[in-house]
Every structure is written in C-alpha cells, then in structure tokens.
Design a protein. Structure first.
Length: 262
C-alpha cells in the first residue's frame, strides 16, 4: 500500500513513471543491513532512511531533466534500476539477506509483524493529514490537477515535484524496513516489488488513493487464496495476471479517471 501510494504520488505530481522504484525499495534494506553490523538498530535504521532519501533526491534530479520525454524518462529510470541492481550484486552477491529488528512475539504474534503494521498505518495516517491539512499537500494536489495553473498561482512546481519524490522515497524506505524482517530479499527482487506496485496502481486507477487501498486488499486476498489452494509459487503470478486482465478489460482501473499529463 505504501509503495503504491508513493508511486502514484510521483506519477500524479511529477508526471514521472519511475521504474526504478522497485530498486529504491530494496536499497534501504541493504544499507540498513550493512549499518547494523556496526551500530545499533535505533541509529542504523534512521541513517539508512536518510541516505535513501538523499539517493531519491538525486534520482529525482536525473529524471526531472528527462521528464518532458516520457519514453526517454522511462528508459533512464530502467537504467538507474539496473545500475542499483548491479552495484548491489557486486557488493553483496546474489545471496538472500534479512533484517532482524524485533525478535520474539507479543501474545503469539510476531513482533516484527506488529511493527510493520503499526509503521504502515502511522505512515498512511500522516500522509492523509499532510495532504488534507497542510499547504504542502494542497500544493501537491494543485500541481497534480493542473501544473500550468499551479505555476500561474505562484506554486513552485519544481520544488513541489522534488518533495513528492522525497515522500515517495520515504514510503519506499519504510516499506523496505517493514518487509525485509518478514521476507528475505536479494538484488533482483526489486522487479517483483515493482510488478506488485504497478498492479496495485493500475488496478486501483492512476492517481486514486482509494483505488490503491482497494486494489492492494484485492491483490493480498487473491494471493492468499492462490497460495492456499494452488501453492506458494502460484501467488507470485497473481499480480501480473491481474495487471494484464485489468489492462485488457478496464485500462483506467477500478476507480481511475485517467491521468492528466498536461
């Protein structure tokens, strides 16, 4: 859910299709896994998030240069994703890594599951309050609705776009830290996460937060059913199957009304 909202935010505000988002998601966990060898988690995790935000800001700067050319910006984002993946493979190899943040359980429930749930809910609530109660959120909504009119009203579109990218990078970092203690990752898994994000965003409708919430629940439910009745390998095919089906039957998504690119 967090990953899909971050991708949707960048798409709506910046008009950038960031296909390096999957690589961004796993990057924080790799940084954190390295820092945890030297410093405690309470220090390592915030530093890894901050470093990921800096990398996200640099990525925004690169993609902003090419954003007027949709195809070129997509190609550049894929190149960045492959670069990140290659660097991770060179440094860490293809082995699986996992983070241990909160070992043990609380009332029979894994403490890491509880932390993941609390951090996700808190992030979604903070995002809702930011978008509905703050000037930053209102500026982002204005730029997403009509960039030229927002610029005419005195809104700095460039800064607003950068902020949307940083927030999306923050969501990617939080999701990464929440996921990695539960599921081991490796350098190539960023493409799988990107597939899930694209499925959620397209099924729910581009630019629709409510659609992202609904489609993420649909996707989770169908994956669970597939894993139970068919087997765990089958659940990995669900996001791609749903994505193709929606593109064929309802390209605008369940709640989507299309995205304005001008």
């Amino acid at each position: 859910m967090l990953m899909a909202i971050g991708f949707n935010l960048v798409l709506g505000v910046s008009r950038i299709v960031n296909l390096a988002y999957g690589a961004q998601i796993i990057l924080t966990s790799y940084i954190a896994s390295t820092l945890l060898n030297f410093i405690p988690a309470v220090v390592a995790l915030p530093i890894s998030v901050l470093l990921s935000l800096v990398i996200g800001a640099i990525l925004w700067l690169v993609l902003w240069i090419f954003r007027k050319d949709l195809i070129l910006s997509i190609v550049v984002s894929i190149a960045v994703a492959l670069l990140i993946e290659g660097v991770l493979l060179k440094i860490y190899g293809a082995r699986l890594i996992s983070l241990v943040i909160a070992p043990g359980d609380i009332m029979g429930i894994s403490a890491q599951w509880i932390i993941a749930a609390i951090s996700s809910i808190a992030s979604l609530l903070a995002f809702y309050l930011m978008m509905s109660r703050t000037m930053i959120g209102k500026r982002m909504a204005a730029v997403a609705e009509n960039e030229d009119l927002a610029r005419y009203m005195g809104i700095n579109v460039r800064v607003t776009s950068m902020l949307s990218f940083i927030i999306a990078s923050l969501f990617a970092s939080i999701a990464s830290i929440a996921i990695t203690p539960l599921y081991a990752i490796y350098p190539h898994v960023g493409w799988y996460y990107l597939t899930i994000v694209l499925a959620v965003v397209i099924v729910g409708g581009l630019g629709s937060a409510m659609g992202a919430l609904a489609s993420s629940m649909i996707l989770s439910f169908t994956q669970s059913l597939a894993a139970y009745y068919i087997g765990s390998p089958a659940k990995d095919l669900i996001p791609l199957t749903i994505l193709i089906s929606v593109l064929l039957l309802r390209p605008e998504g369940i709640f989507g009304r299309g995205v304005r690119w001008a």
